[in-house]
Design a protein. Sequence first.
Length: 203
Amino acid sequence: MRLTTRLGFRRDTPILDLGCGTGRLATGILTTIGHAEHYRGVDVSERAIRWCERFITRDHHGFVFLHTDVRHERYNPDGKNALEGFRFPFADAEFEIVYAYSVFSHMRDPDVRLYLDEVQRVTSPTGRLFFTAFAEEDVPDVMENPPNYRVDWGGTPLHCVRYNRKFLEGLVVMAGFGVDRFDYATETNGQSAVYASKRPAGA
């Protein structure tokens, strides 16, 4: 499990799961590690959060799930709040690991910038970030639902947001992280995996 082998996760490691959905990562932790003392999962889907509360938190109190009612054209079109100015409901430096699987792959770059700034705020000085995204060399900086790219994305908003790799890594660096590892097209639908570490202040 990459969480332990590459990110150094242990039971007592505070972790934030962005876009937790119906508990994919939480279930993986329970299956392979058995417990987590400080897991927080957030998602714009209220249904997903309620499912996680019913089937995970009920028996595992270290797992807490929160609904963020932010408008997202694909996953929460009736959301009440705009993403601009949004802050995660967590303390500064609360987490050692932030995990965002298939989140930035459905977000435009201004929103990714905002999320990354918030990730920077809520991670400890030694914090680590893992995320997946559609990223390619020699393509425009950002393109939504690019035609003839991997699958037919159709007309659904934000089904696939593809990034130029250098542009995406630049966003990560601007948020105060250094990219440690990039695994090309190893994830769902050809997404790439990105591992990053928080840089010391002033670095």
